[in-house]
Design a protein around this ligand. Structure first.
Ligand SMILES: *Cc1c(COP(=O)(O)O)cnc(C)c1O
Length: 348
């Protein structure tokens, strides 16, 4: 195919985690929430469906912005909605990074950032974490043509969290805007919301995919100062969120009680999983997210992944160049985690 842009021909494309047919596997590989969402969500989607889909949706998703603004303690014009937070990351990349210029990201982290840079014809500059997953000071160094930096916090696959103070320090020295990807922040102890008020170069992306159990709905959002949001609105597709997802997302963020209860369940299972993995000899890292990063110094882990898979349990096997490989295990229900642990026990 010769007419396609060179950047596209030359790139591999992003590979998401396996999504096998429903029901066949215990799925602990893509950090979905194992519980059903708030009942309010299903009701709101049914109501929206009853009102029909002949009309275009609200391009600004104002119902969501108003409700989310109340929950977060900002004004609605500090919020931009997207078709999943991946859409938000795309919009921000397109708005800030010109072809040929640089996008900075830490390594290992979310591999989609690199793909977004490639699509934009930009250069991604990966800064390795230190061995203990703290941020290397190169991350805030000045380089020619640097236009944007992405930083997931908590990070994936490590599940580690940088403090708001560390991030403020990075931001002060960094010469470009910084997007903190808070996809997992609802499972963590701190967030960076306060920093958005202090500095227009800081943006936060969030998603309803993980903590609200709505990965299939596709809804994410950005929090940034209004003058930033106004520019980004020009970049997004006119109707990037649909009527059903706006209704569902608004109902989801409205139900903060559901969120608190779900969070408590996931965190309790996470602590149990981490402890059990350590007892099995994994170097399971204390996690601030809904998964546990588990390398093992005593034995290769890829065969464990394979054996789990042949027993219908799917976890994520990850190997990053220059790093010890490991299993990233999502926090499922207690029953799912027990099934996974029982199998692992029989293998190690
Ligand atoms: C899951 C994930 C996202 C994507 O979330 P969607 O809203 O489902 O697109 C973004 N960033 C990180 C680090 C993630 O793990």
């Amino acid at each position: 195919m010769t007419h396609v842009r060179e950047e596209i021909l030359g790139m591999a494309g992003y590979t998401p985690g396996e999504q096998p047919q429903a029901g066949k596997f215990i799925k602990l590989n893509t950090n979905e929430n194992p519980y059903p969402p708030s009942a309010q969500v299903t009701q709101a989607i049914r109501r929206a469906l009853d009102s029909g889909l002949a009309r275009y949706p609200d391009p600004l998703c104002d119902s969501f912005r108003h409700r989310a603004a109340e929950v977060l303690g900002v004004d609605p014009d500090w919020i931009l909605c997207g078709n999943g937070s991946d859409d938000i990351l795309t919009i921000v990349t397109r708005a800030f990074v010109a072809p040929g210029k640089k996008l900075r990201l830490p390594f290992p982290s979310y591999t989609l950032y690199h793909t977004l840079a490639q699509l934009q014809g930009a250069v991604s500059e990966a800064i390795p974490f230190r061995d203990n997953w703290s941020l290397d000071e190169k991350f805030h160094s000045h380089t020619h043509d640097l236009q944007l930096a992405f930083l997931p916090n908590p990070n994936s696959p490590s599940g580690t969290l940088l403090s708001p103070e560390e991030i403020r320090n990075v931001l002060e020295q960094l010469p470009c805007p910084l997007l903190i990807d808070e996809a997992y922040v609802d499972f963590a102890t701190t967030d960076c919301l306060a920093l958005v008020r202090e500095n227009e170069r800081l943006m936060i992306s969030r998603t309803l995919s993980k903590s609200y159990a709505l990965a299939g709905l596709r809804f994410g959002f950005l929090i940034a100062q209004p003058q930033v949001i106004r520019q980004l609105l020009k970049v997004k597709d006119s109707y990037n969120c649909d009527t059903l997802s706006i209704a569902g997302a608004t109902a989801a963020i409205d139900d903060q009680r559901w969120l608190a209860e779900n969070r408590a369940k996931v965190l309790a299972t996470r602590e149990r999983l981490t402890k059990a993995l350590s007892e099995l000899g994994f170097s399971a890292l204390p996690s601030q997210a809904n998964f546990v990063w588990s390398p093992h110094s005593g034995r290769p882990v890829q065969p464990l992944y394979e054996q789990l898979k042949s027993n219908r349990i799917l976890v994520r096997y990850m190997k990053y160049e220059g790093w010890q490989d490991g299993l990233r295990i999502s926090v499922g229900t207690d029953e799912q985690i027990d099934a996974c642990l029982t199998l692992l026990k029989s293998m190690v």
